[in-house]
Each structure stands twice: as C-alpha cells, then as structure tokens.
Design a protein around this ligand. Sequence first.
Ligand SMILES: [Zn+2]
Length: 401
Amino acid sequence: MKDKTNLPPTKPNSNLRKIILTAIAIFCGAIIAWIVFINLPQTPFEVTEVNSNQPTETNSQQSDEPSETVDPDLPFDVSVVYSPGYLIDLGGMEKMHPFDIRKYEKIHNALINDGLLTEEQTLKPTPVTNEELLLIHTQGYLDDLKKRKKVAQYLEAPILQMAPVSLDRAVLEPFRRASGGTILAARAALTTGIGVNIGGGYHHAKPDRGEGFCLYADVPIAIRKLQSEKLIERAIVIDVDVHQGNGTIVCLPDDDSTFTFSMHQGDIYPIPKEVGDLDVELDAGMTDEQYMEVLSEHLPRILDGSDADICFIVGGCDPLDGDPLASLKMTPDGIVKRDHAIVQACIERKMPVVLTLSGGYSPDAWKSQYKSIKNLLETHGLATVAGSASSGVEETSKLEK
Ligand SMILES: [Zn+2]
C-alpha cells in the first residue's frame, strides 16, 4: 500500500476538477432519483401507456386562455337527449343479443319515474343525415349497410338475417337516430354545459366498416359536424368504456383538432389495439379505488393540455364486476364516481361536456348508468332550455338540425 504522505501535493486545478466532478455526480444522482422514485407507477396494477402523444406544457399554458368559440358563462345544467326511436325491435329476437338494447328505454323511464325529467323536457333528436354520415364514413360502407348479411356481421347478430323486419327501419334508423342524439347532446352542451345522450358511444365503428355492435361513429361525426359549423375548433374524447375506442381513433386520424384518450382493459377485444393520442391499458381485476387512481392521474393534464372546446365521454359501464365481456371489478357506485369526476373536471375548466352511454353487458348494467345520470341531474340540475313543457318543445326544435 502506498504511503499517503508520499502522494504529490494537491494542485489548485485538481481541486477545481473535483468540484466539477462532484457537481456532475450530484446532478446525475438527482436525475436517477427522479426517474426511479418520482416516475414510478402510482398503482400496484400494471398501467401501460401505449402511446403518449400527450399535451405539452406549452399547450397546457394555452388552455388557460378562454376559448373564443365557447360561452364563458355556461350554467353547466344537464340537457337530456333520448328518443323511443332508439329501440331496435327485431320482433323479440333482439333479446338474443348480448347488448341490452332496451337499456336506453329503462334508463329514461327510471329518470321519469324519479321525477327528474319529463317526456316534454327530453330533447328528441332526428336521425343523422346521409350528408352527416359522409363526414366520417365512406359511401361504399353506407352502401354495404344495405346488405343484411353485412349488418349482421358488424353487429355480431346472425339472427338478424332471419328477423322478419325492415333492415333500415328496424335497425339502421335507430342507430342513425341515436347518433343524431349525440350531435343534439353536443349542441345542447354548448348552450347549457352538460349534454347527456341516453344512447350513442359507438366507438368501434370505422369509416369503412362496422364492428363490435357499432355501425355509425356518432362521436366523430358530431365533432366534425360542429367543426364544420365553426361551433368548435378542438375536441377531446375521453373513452372509459372497458374496450378501447379503436373506431374513434381510426375515424379521427392524427390532427391537432382532436385528442383521443382511451382507458381500457388490455387483454380483451380489440386486439390488436389502435394507437390513439393516449391509451392506458388496465389489468383485469381493477377495483373502483384503483381505477379512480389511474383516472385522476391522467384526467387533469389531458384536459388542461387538450385546449378543447368540448369533451365527449364514451361512458360504457362494462368495467362493472360481472360483465361477461370484460373482467374489471368496478361497482355501480364506481361508475357514478367515474362519470361525476370527469364531468366535474370539465366544469372546473369551463369545458362543455357530453356523456354517451356505449357498452355494458351484465343484466343490471343499465342501473349504473341510470344512477350516474341521476347523480348528474341531482348535482347540477336540469337545463332551463328544457325546463318547461312549452320552452322544452320550442328549444328542442331550435336545437334540432
Ligand atoms: Zn365496451
């Protein structure tokens, strides 16, 4: 071992080198600590951000500026859109399909029975027009929808080929009307703050084909419609159905005017997934608490960064425990809290918000969405545009296309 006393004396520039090296070491240590400790996932469940074309800080700062296209004094009351014309009636054969097409009717009836809404206070939509469908869909696809076999395939309903009904009147028109409902709910949201369509959310429909029980891409159509009328510039889609909103992503190809966020179970349909602006994959078995933790981690920054003039929620209730097509473990109260949190976050940012219902396949799934809409009505109140029979009718026609 060398005798330390024999070491050459320390030179002044050697001291300087030590100071610089120490500073570099401290800086690198801080970076490593930040990566390891601060950036760790906040949940024991695996959450995979598949793509993160996330809003930047610069965008976030821009969002503080009030949008020129949206009324800054929105009351944030709830407008409810529904029509009995949403019902698909295959002469009873529709009951063989996993989707409970009567859920819209059940929810509307329950809200009326609770005294939260009347028929006259319900905004009634007209079906989307061919011109509106062409904002997203190809003419070839719309022609395909005249073929019963194709529609049966898209809806995964072979029984449709045997149903003794008019394809257009019994199946296509209800979908077109419910899609018109999303446009109407969006128009209403721009006036009252919150629009609820008791239907819609067909987030698997693509420009050139239907898929996963979805025929028309109602949310993308509504976005393009409002953009074409210069009522909005930018829109964000928050898709919390348990399945990825793959159709929405394909319908809204990468452009600065839309932001798609989907939070879905990773190991179920659709496989493979599409790449949206932000996709968060969840593991099976997730509970309300864990789900809300993930949602609250992403919600503020995507809303702030989106600079959107309107937010569309694709609020499927298939994250519920017991859903036959998924395996999350949420409760009905969890669905209520989820929707409440998203709406609240929009209100805090003065951002009009539209709720669409999308999927949910357990027998009592409709009850959780009924409770969610009931909660919104009890929390925020029914919009005054639909507040009385006379003004309701008048404003309904005004809001219709
Ligand atoms: Zn779903």
